[in-house]
Design a protein around this ligand. Structure first.
Ligand code: NAD
Ligand code: WQD
Length: 346
């Protein structure tokens, strides 16, 4: 029976679709292509030697979901579809609550109507909130989130918990991602941000490839090893495999929460230095003021995912950087043929 992957044409979704296909699953993708690429799915099909059923459309379109569930005997849903730009969520909160929260509500209603109660949801380490002690443990409560994006993830987690209480047939897996980076080792699929990247690794790789002049490091006066922020970066293929493990290992009803991270943190300066060493490319940088909402350091406690899913990240930082660079240097403009205007003008 096929798995429905919402947002399967995006960064993490496309890598997960590939892992699912390679593990022998059939896959149906629903994506409105707001931030995804059909080319990514075509390359996934070529890598896997298998076809994906693609439906262009919105996860908030109930009639479309009903038709999809009527046509395909879906076994479980992996729900990536949503908006993820933290800064944009501050200026457009309604778009974020509408897409991320309402999108999940519509999806769950359609699933329930189709008698389908297995859901894996893309959550985020951001739900631990701004005051949580490190490392983050799944047993900690959700905290105060720093922006509407984070709040939308925390809200969806709560909605899914309440839904599971109301109808115990639901099996919900909340996967809290730390900082996914990297690309498939083939160099065929990777992260393709629109406009100027918000996140560190795509920004560094666009500096290294010559599309951006220099990296601004947001703050060097944090109480960390070298004054720059520390994060738990994990390879996107490891992350994708975490979804596979969640589908394989968690069938029992309930709400099951897992951190997906490596359990160790690197500073921004350590990432820049490692990138230069691994790729041999210069990454000019300057120190800039702190970015609003950034926390000094956080990383995952990975014990639960190891124990219950048999999952742990296998790629080290050098592999993450090598694969990022393989993708970026092979496809400097991502899935597009030429530079985007925003990048050229910026
Ligand atoms: P992405 O933007 O590359 O992928 C999201 C996909 O969903 C895109 O292909 C987009 O076109 C699609 N989409 C968006 N809204 C939709 C809608 N209403 N209906 C149908 N399709 C829609 O992002 P990603 O990095 O692959 O992230 C996937 C999920 O993981 C998101 O929910 C994100 O919030 C979450 N997440 C990402 C990170 C990260 O650092 N990338 C960290 C934690 C959690
Ligand atoms: C990492 C570090 C920056 C860019 C965000 C979301 C989180 C999740 C992952 C989606 C920070 C520094 C960055 C730059 C820099 N997203 N930095 N210069 O903020 O840990 O997490 O993405 O779910 O919810 O908040 O990741 O890659 O943006 O930043 O110095 O140009 O790099 O200050 O310390 P972050 P990031």
């Amino acid at each position: 029976m096929p798995i429905l992957v919402t947002g399967g044409a995006g960064y993490i979704g496309s890598h997960t679709v590939l892992e699912l296909l390679q593990a022998g699953h059939r896959v149906v993708v629903l994506d409105n292509l707001r931030n995804g690429s059909l080319l990514a799915l075509r390359r996934v099909e070529a890598l896997a030697g298998q076809a994906v059923t693609f439906q262009r459309g919105d996860v908030r379109d109930r009639a479309l979901l009903d038709a999809l569930f009527a046509e395909h005997a879906i076994e479980a849903v992996v729900h990536f579809a949503g908006l993820k730009a933290v800064g944009e969520s501050v200026s457009q909160p309604l778009a974020y609550y509408e897409n991320n929260v309402n999108g999940t509500l519509v999806l769950c209603r359609a699933m329930a109507a189709a008698g389908l109660h297995r859901l894996v949801f893309s959550s985020s380490a951001t739900v631990y909130g701004v005051e949580a002690p490190v490392p983050y443990l799944e047993s900690m409560p959700r905290g105060t989130t720093a922006n509407p994006y984070g709040t939308s993830k925390a809200m969806v987690e709560k909605v899914l918990e309440d839904l599971q209480v109301a109808d115990p047939r639901w099996s919900v897996v909340l996967l809290r991602y730390f900082n996914p980076i990297g690309a498939h080792p083939s160099g065929q699929i990777g992260e393709d941000p629109q406009g100027i990247p918000d996140n560190l690794m795509p920004y560094i790789s666009q500096v290294a490839v010559g599309q951006l002049a220099e990296l601004s490091i947001f703050g060097n006066d944090y109480p960390t090893r070298d004054g720059t922020c520390e994060r738990d970066y994990l390879h996107v293929v490891d992350l994708a495999r975490g979804h596979l493990r969640a589908l394989e290992r968690v069938e029992s009803p309930g709400v099951h929460v897992f951190n997906l991270g490596t359990g160790r943190a690197y500073s921004v300066l350590e990432i820049v230095e490692a990138f230069q060493r691994v790729t041999g490319r210069a990454v000019p940088y300057r120190f800039a003021p702190r970015r609003a909402g950034d926390l000094p350091a956080f990383w995952a406690d990975t014990t639960k995912a190891a124990r219950e899913l048999g999952w742990q990240a296998s790629c080290n930082l050098d592999q993450m950087i090598r694969d990022t660079w393989h993708w970026q240097s092979r496809y400097p403009f991502g899935y597009r043929q030429t530079a985007q205007k925003a990048v050229v003008g910026g």
